[in-house]
Write a protein that binds this ligand. Structure first.
Ligand code: DGJ
Length: 732
């Protein structure tokens, strides 16, 4: 619900309020937090107007002392701006004043960009506030979509030029000036290849802190997300303010604490080497930022993001449909396979209940290692003499679906495509083209290159019966330049690449709606909300070791639901870390994600095959609880005991996953407190038949001892119909 009383805007979700106010034509940030019943008085922030040595741009006062809603630079406010513009006369002074606003029902799409959306009955409204700098003919439209039942606000900005040409040096998606911040922490998700999205938490200290990507992808190193939380916040309590960017390219997510306890948090496209020319009449739309406030700690924040991203960001046939239980041949064979070998693996997979066989890298051109053929999407007849058609037919004859790997954004210099179009890659004339994994990046800022990619993938998908595509991307950008754009537009290449990529995704996913697309970037190098708008699941990490995956999935779940995390059981000793873990644990770690396998089942023992078969059955029975239910992290990041609970939307079933990450001899007694249950209800545990009160499970918890290393248990609790009757059966 959106209210305006002449000077103040109030944006209410079910549990939160976001407030802005007008003061001398400026749009100020007044409040964000628990839901308010009365509008705050704008004087709350004007009481700090006078401070020594600030430049006075508001009569006797200074905008440097006020919490701004979308700050510019060059006048009196000397903090980090959200919008930074360079004009033809060399000036960089911009000053925005309120013009007017509109409130509409629903949410308009963002042209060419991924974004959240609403459905009928959501009660969603969008506020668009029009600000302008008349001196230079610049208009800014700030958009706020309020998702009341999701407790989320989606923000973006549109910059329109009505004057002479100017350049955007920074155009962020959202900023929030927290006023009078107490002891607070900054939380983000960091890592590298094969150890993505580790939770990092530090006290916010004076100065600028944050994360950014300069890689041309959101990257494995940082995720386009940050949270600011009260120092006492944990999984269950405390104030948490989340900022998540719906974008897959270079980003910044930062907070700047000033000497007066004001903290300016901001998120958007990374201004580093970004420069976007806007001719008169042109406009620029920023990607969307999704803001979530939770008074219930990180668990509360995550569940808001999970619900919104699963149901109002992901789209298409597979948003709500049960996904596939697949076997991917990558770790089973790497590049060394032929048609018979793949069929042999698929046969065993079919026997234990797998429903999809995926052929990974190495099926095309002359590719027997990473050295050649990316770009030439025609099958290698030495490996696949009957072509993809014959293989797909044999896989389907086993009762399986067939899936295929592509890396369409790339080209190897050793390829027919590169020979024909050496200028189709990102490069700077006269400089060497740095290779990663022997490959270069196709310049998707060019329409004809996007068209090639679309047609190359479409040709295979039209010709061969394929139900699943793994869309990989295995390098970051270097020598970023486009042969097509003039010098003054070279600062636009990275963003234009993203727009091209999203156009390719939109076209292909619309053209082939029956295909389940999975994102991948050397594992989780582009695990972000932008990708999820087109592909409802992403290969979480190239690290398939069960212990490492626990942490990676835990960190990922801060923002992204388990339904988006592709998770496979692989062979031991594990190929990345050499660790040997029990087959049961490998299955239990993968189960809450999009469950699958990444090994040759012909090499498994009968007992392992039995565990795999039973796990598939379990997964099919519990998939809706894992993927549609609410997720509760019951223990902390890298705790020796890793415990998670999922509670079904109807509250009838709860699944608890308990794993011993690290055993301790003669361990201390410990209780794992559940969450999300009805305290008055009684739940029967499927495994031992014991009944427990919901209150007991949540306030006392399940007895747990860190016994054997890598032991794992999955407990399923069913709500018992009449709690009064069953009380006698209950332990408590
Ligand atoms: C990186 C992916 O993350 C792997 O799963 C695999 O598909 C390889 N690329 C293939 O080159």
């Amino acid at each position: 619900m959106i209210e305006f009383d002449g000077t103040q805007f109030l944006l209410h979700t079910e549990h939160t309020t976001y407030a802005m106010g007008l003061f001398q034509g400026l749009l100020l940030h007044l409040y964000w937090g628990r839901r308010l019943h009365r509008a705050p008085d704008a004087s709350i922030c004007t009481s700090f107007l006078s401070r020594p040595l600030s430049a006075k741009d508001l009569g006797d006062a200074s905008s440097d002392n006020l919490p701004q809603e979308y700050a510019t630079f060059g006048s009196a406010d000397l903090r980090q701006p959200a919008l930074d513009v360079r004009y033809q006369n060399g000036s960089t002074v911009t000053r925005l004043a309120y013009v007017d606003h509109t409130v509409t029902d629903g949410k308009p799409p963002l042209p060419g960009l991924p974004a959240t959306y609403c459905e009928e009955g959501d009660g969603v409204q969008t506020l668009e506030i029009h600000l302008a700098d008349e001196t230079v003919g610049l208009d800014v439209y700030l958009s706020y979509t309020v998702f009341p039942t999701f407790d989320a606000i989606a923000r973006s900005a549109r910059i329109v030029n009505h004057g002479a040409a100017f350049e955007l040096d920074a155009a962020l998606s959202a900023m929030v000036d927290f006023h009078g911040l107490g002891e607070c922490d900054l939380v983000h998700l960091d890592g590298a290849w094969a150890r993505e999205r580790a939770v990092t938490r530090n006290r916010i200290v004076p100065g600028t802190q944050g994360v950014e990507s300069r890689y041309g992808a959101s990257s494995a190193m940082h995720n386009p997300f940050l949270a600011i939380c009260s120092a006492n916040a944990d999984e269950r309590q405390g104030d948490v303010y989340g900022f998540s960017l719906v974008y897959s390219g270079c980003f910044t997510a930062r907070v700047d604490l000033d000497p007066y306890n004001g903290a300016r948090a901001a998120i958007g496209i990374n201004p580093f080497h970004f420069r976007y020319l806007l001719e008169s009449g042109e406009s620029f739309t920023t990607p969307e930022a999704v803001l979530v406030y939770s008074a219930d700690g990180f668990g509360g924040m995550s569940r808001c993001y999970h619900r919104l991203y699963r149901t109002r960001l992901c789209r298409g046939k597979y948003r709500d449909a049960d996904r596939f239980v697949l076997l991917n041949n990558w770790e089973a064979t790497y590049f060394s396979f032929n048609e018979d070998r793949i069929v042999e693996i698929a046969k065993k997979a079919a026997e234990i209940g797998v429903d999809t066989m995926v052929l990974d890298d190495g099926w095309f051109g002359k590719r027997n290692d990473g050295g050649s053929s990316l770009g030439d999407w025609v099958e290698n007849r030495e490996k696949l003499p009957g072509g993809l058609e014959a293989l797909s037919d044999r896989i389907h004859a086993l009762g399986l679906r067939f899936g295929l790997w592509f890396e369409p954004e790339m080209v190897n210099p050793v390829s027919n495509l590169y020979e024909a179009h050496p200028d189709w890659v990102l490069h700077v004339e006269g400089r060497p083209r740095s290779e990663t994994r022997n490959q270069l990046i196709l310049d998707l800022s060019r329409q004809e290159v996007c068209d090639y990619v679309i047609e190359a993938v479409s040709a295979v998908l039209r010709r061969v019966r394929i139900e699943y595509v793994k869309w990989d991307m295995n390098r970051y950008m270097s020598e970023v330049g486009s042969a097509k754009l003039p010098p003054e537009r070279q600062g636009e290449v990275m963003h234009r690449y993203m727009l091209g990529l999203y156009h390719v995704f939109e076209t292909l996913t619309t053209r082939f709606p029956h295909v389940l697309f999975e994102g991948c970037a050397s594992g989780g190098g582009r695990f972000d909300p932008g990708i999820l708008h087109y592909m409802p699941q992403i290969w979480t990490s190239d690290d398939t070791d069960a212990v490492e995956r626990l942490d990676i999935q835990f960190g990922t779940s801060l923002v992204y639901p388990y339904s988006t995390m592709s998770a496979h059981v692989s062979a031991t000793p594990n190929h990345q870390v050499g660790r040997t873990t029990p087959f049961q644990m490998r299955c239990d770690v993968a189960l809450p994600g999009q469950f699958g396998f990444e090994l040759d089942l012909n090499r498994c023992t009968d007992a392992e095959l039995e565990t795999a078969r039973a796990s598939i059955e379990r997964y099919r029975a519990l998939q809706c609880v894992f993927h549609e239910g609410d997720c509760y992290r019951l223990t902390g990041f890298r705790d020796d005991c890793a415990a998670l609970a999922f509670v079904a939307p109807d509250g009838e079933t709860a699944v608890v996953s308990l794993l011993t990450r690290k055993a301790t001899p003669n361990a201390v007694d410990r209780y794992i407190r559940l969450d999300g249950l009805d305290e008055r209800a009684v739940y029967r545990c499927e495994q031992d038949g014991v009944c427990y009160g919901g209150d007991f499970l949540m306030y006392r918890g399940l007895a747990y001892r860190c016994g054997k290393e890598h032991e794992s248990r999955l407990l399923v609790f069913h709500r018992v119909a009449d709690d009064a009757e069953k009380k006698g059966e209950s332990r408590q």
